[in-house]
Design a protein around this ligand. Structure first.
Ligand SMILES: C[S@@+](CC[C@H](N)C(=O)[O-])C[C@H]1O[C@@H](n2cnc3c(N)ncnc32)[C@H](O)[C@@H]1O
Length: 369
């Protein structure tokens, strides 16, 4: 009995110590994310990626920052093992720091599928309205999308940009051969992109299907402005238009060959109303593609391999955003396939197929009228 008791105390201490260790590792990770955020926002990685090495005296004029701060950041990044230092023993302001080439792709190449710089903006955005978030948990209310600010909006845009420009039209849509053929054909196909955010999905589809016309819809004004700017910079304003509209608006009209909704249905307070609009816009012959998070079929204590992240977004952002308007379906980021099937059925779809696209974070659903 005595041994069992002391064993269980040992086991308890071991578990406690492992958790203390884990909390410290998490704190280290948090500092890494936010210090990388500083480097992304202040242009330090761009400066490092452009030149071979930098001292704390050099980025100042280009990035409009102060030497002492730059020096602290360069040292912190080195101790965090992001940067490398060439002459460790030199006087502090003459030490030369370098960004390893392999990391430059992750931190400073927005065209790369491996670029994770926007992830730091997403994290910063997710905690931006912390006070309102605490309040929402207490009152049961929500936090509007706009309150998460430009970091959330632009982080979201940046994290999916390369996927939309490099995979959507190249791999995802060709996985539906009838849709692919229609988008290539005449008369020019029409695409509606619901919850388009900063518009990269609309732009990616227009770039791949050079006759297609795309209408992007979103109810966030700043996102629509950003989308219009992105379309103008991509020289696509003749075929890609963006509209400030609620997806659930019963007045939303038109007839489209393809209607898409990327990572947005779970954010909507009324996903069924949005799916009814989508069903209407696609009519009996148009195709519908919904892309959502690749969470497990059911809740399990261990979660599937992406749920640690999706629950993280959900508790900080997606659930409060979905609850910003009442009534709300209160979906959250972890929208399970059966939940989507139920919403689709309620909206009048008769079948939901999962496309054979192997993506770590996303699951692609084709909905049939
Ligand atoms: C997570 S973001 C996804 C943006 C973009 N589709 C992407 O994948 O990067 C969700 C988007 O859905 C939009 N949204 C949420 N509810 C909406 C609604 N009822 N009607 C239109 N857009 C909505 C938000 O404004 C936001 O831009």
């Amino acid at each position: 009995m005595g041994t069992q008791h002391s064993l269980s105390i040992d086991a308890l201490s071991e578990k406690r110590d492992a958790f203390v260790e884990r909390m410290l590792r998490a704190t280290r990770g948090t500092f890494e994310i936010f210090s990388i955020y500083l480097g992304v926002r202040l242009g330090f990685y761009d400066a490092l990626a452009a030149g071979s090495t930098l001292t704390s005296l050099e980025p100042g004029s280009r990035t409009r920052t102060h030497e002492r701060y730059v020096r602290e950041w360069l040292e912190q990044q080195t101790v965090a093992q992001v940067l490398e230092v060439e002459n460790e023993q030199a006087e502090a302001r003459t030490r030369r720091f370098r960004l390893p080439q392999a990391y430059a792709e992750v931190l400073a190449d927005q065209d790369s599928l491996n670029c994770l710089a926007p992830l730091t903006r997403l994290v910063a955005g997710a905690v931006h309205p912390l006070r309102s978030l605490l309040n929402a948990y207490r009152t049961g209310g929500g936090v509007p999308y706009a309150d998460y600010g430009s970091d959330l909006r632009e982080g979201q845009a940046g994290i999916n940009r390369a996927v939309f420009l490099k995979q959507l039209g190249q791999e995802w849509l060709p996985a539906m051969p009838d849709v692919h053929a229609r988008l290539l054909g005449f008369p020019p196909a029409r695409i509606a992109d619901i919850g388009c955010g900063a518009g990269w999905s609309s732009i990616g589809m227009a770039q791949c299907y050079q006759h297609a016309r795309v209408d992007g819809f979103d109810l966030d004004e700043a996102s629509i402005e950003l989308a219009r700017k992105n379309a103008a910079e991509s020289s696509l304003t003749d075929r890609v238009q963006f509209h400030l509209r609620d997806a659930g608006d019963p007045q939303l009209a038109g007839r489209y060959d393809l209607v898409t909704a990327f990572e947005c249905l779970h954010d909507m307070s009324q996903p069924v109303a949005a799916l009814k609009a989508i069903r209407r816009l696609a009519g009996d012959t148009g195709a519908v593609l919904v892309v959502e998070e690749r969470v497990g079929e059911t809740f399990t204590a261990s979660g599937n391999d992406v749920e640690w992240m999706m629950y993280g977004w959900s508790v900080l952002h997606c659930l409060p955003v979905g609850k910003a308007e009442a009534p709300s379906a209160e979906t959250g980021t972890v929208m399970r396939p059966d939940t989507l099937r139920g919403y689709a059925r309620e909206a009048g779809f008769r079948r939901v197929d999962i496309l054979p696209i192997d993506h770590f974070f996303f699951r692609l659903y084709r909905l049939y009228a």
